[in-house]
Write a protein that binds this ligand. Structure first.
Ligand code: PLP
Length: 434
């Protein structure tokens, strides 16, 4: 058995002065306590107890080039002596904005922020200001940050969530004013009729429709054929903006994100996480006429750290790596991820464990179900979470780190040797679940 004695002791000490012992509630979900790491390099993390972990959490997505990627670290190191925040413009911002607009679908202009949560809020405000309407339609199981306005029906209990065809908005946290629920319409995802019905129930009221174009947070689910284009078309018929939250999918499911992969272009899109390979950066990209309301109509957006020197330097260096040979690293990552997905599925089949591997090669989930793969939040919730947790624990014992629902993020540093090692570890872990 691996020992976590030092993590346990450090967690006890940390809790005395850091609320709950963590800086984000998501980090409570770790076994046996929130673990303490001292170093990350490539595909691996090293904890205070001397355990090595092949890491498929990757900071929940940012570490697309693995931990401490040298070209990014070097670029950031070179930038440090230039200062950090100017409360003014600088040429690295110009360069990054130009490159992103040349690359991303529908990106006529971009605006930088620091976290995905804030960038989501910017899109909600822009949609409301541009359309003069108030309501935002979001989907059950989709996470768009922890704000009062967006942390709604992200993981609702099915007792409170109402009927699948017309879900009731459910606040995700104590302390959220009930009034925020009035401004949100919730629909089940991957069901075009549900979106049409929501528009019909709220004629002329919906400013924008926001979604994760691949539902990652509520269970790794790929959109059905034609669904994204169908939602986009409905938005445009009904005079609403179509907003893609690519905080996870951007720079992960392909160089140009989920929109390019599935052949749709949103009016506004949000990127964060992988864009700066581990440094804090988020951005909104989209239509010039919508984004221009920031200037023309005085739609407010601010942030002390937005466009800071190190985040810009990191993103430029990350783009150099990701864009080389028109995104050749994605081909390699896709191939290795597909091999990992297939390998896990065949080990589970050989061992007689009812497990489904679902998603895309750079972000997927292992669901425990003998039924078909889930297509939406409610179906994902019906899978066996206790088995997923047991798999997470068994993998950790074998030196592989996935999150507690058994979600797997890949990086370019997960080479074939790492994949082989992971499959051997997964074989031993699944043996304990037979
Ligand atoms: C799809 C999605 N949107 C928004 C966010 C919020 O981003 P941040 O944690 O940077 O505030 C997340 C975070 O995991 C996310 O997965």
């Amino acid at each position: 058995m691996r020992s976590y004695a030092k993590s346990i002791a450090l967690y006890g000490r940390t809790k005395e002065h850091l609320a709950g012992g963590v800086s984000s509630n998501v980090r409570y979900a770790s076994t046996p306590v929130p673990l303490f790491f001292v170093r990350g390099e490539g595909a691996r993390l090293y904890d205070v107890d001397g355990n090595t972990h092949i890491d498929y959490v990757l900071g929940n997505g940012p570490a697309i080039l693995g931990h401490a990627p040298k070209p990014v670290i070097d670029a950031v190191a070179r930038s440090l002596a230039d200062g950090q925040v100017y409360a003014a413009q600088h040429p690295r911002e110009t360069e990054l904005a130009e490159r992103l607009c040349g690359l991303l679908p529908g990106a006529e202009v971009v605006r930088f922020a620091t976290s995905g949560t804030e960038a989501v809020l910017m899109t909600m405000r822009l949609a409301r200001a541009f359309t003069g309407r108030t309501k935002i339609l979001k989907f059950e199981g989709h996470y768009h940050g922890w704000s009062d306005q967006a942390f709604i029906s992200t993981r609702p209990s099915l007792n409170e969530a109402g009927p699948a065809e017309a879900p009731v908005p459910v606040a995700g946290s104590p302390g959220m004013p009930p009034s925020v629920l009035d401004d949100i319409v919730v629909a089940g995802w991957n069901d075009l009729e549900a979106v049409a019905a929501a528009f019909d129930r709220h004629p002329g009221e919906i400013a924008g429709v926001i979604m994760e174009p691949v539902m990652v947070n509520g269970g790794a689910v790929v959109p059905g054929e034609g669904y994204l284009a169908g939602v986009r078309d409905l938005c445009h018929i009904k005079g609403a903006l179509f907003v893609c939250d690519e905080v996870i999918t951007g720079f992960r499911v392909g160089l140009r994100g989920a929109q390019a992969r599935f052949g749709v272009t949103a009016d506004l899109a949000i990127y964060a996480k992988a864009v700066a390979a581990g440094f804090p950066l988020a951005l909104v990209a989209g239509r010039r006429d919508v984004m221009d309301t920031l200037l023309d109509k005085g739609v407010m957006h601010g942030g002390t750290y937005n466009g800071n020197v190190q985040s810009m330097a990191a993103a430029i260096a990350a783009l150099d790596e990701l864009e080389r040979d028109d995104g050749a690293v994605y081909d390699a990552m896709e191939r290795r991820g597909a091999r990992l997905m297939q390998g896990l599925a065949s080990i589970a089949a050989r061992r007689g464990v009812a497990m489904r591997v679902q998603g895309l090669p750079a972000i997927f989930q292992t669901f425990f179900t003998s039924g078909p793969g889930p297509r939406n939040y409610r179906e994902a919730e019906a899978c066996d979470r206790d088995r997923a947790l047991a798999f997470h624990r068994a993998l950790q014992e074998q030196g592989v780190r996935v999150n507690q629902v058994a979600k797997w993020f890949l990086s370019t540093a997960h080479d074939d040797t790492v994949i082989d090692e992971t499959l051997a570890a997964a074989d031993r872990a699944l043996a304990t679940l037979e």
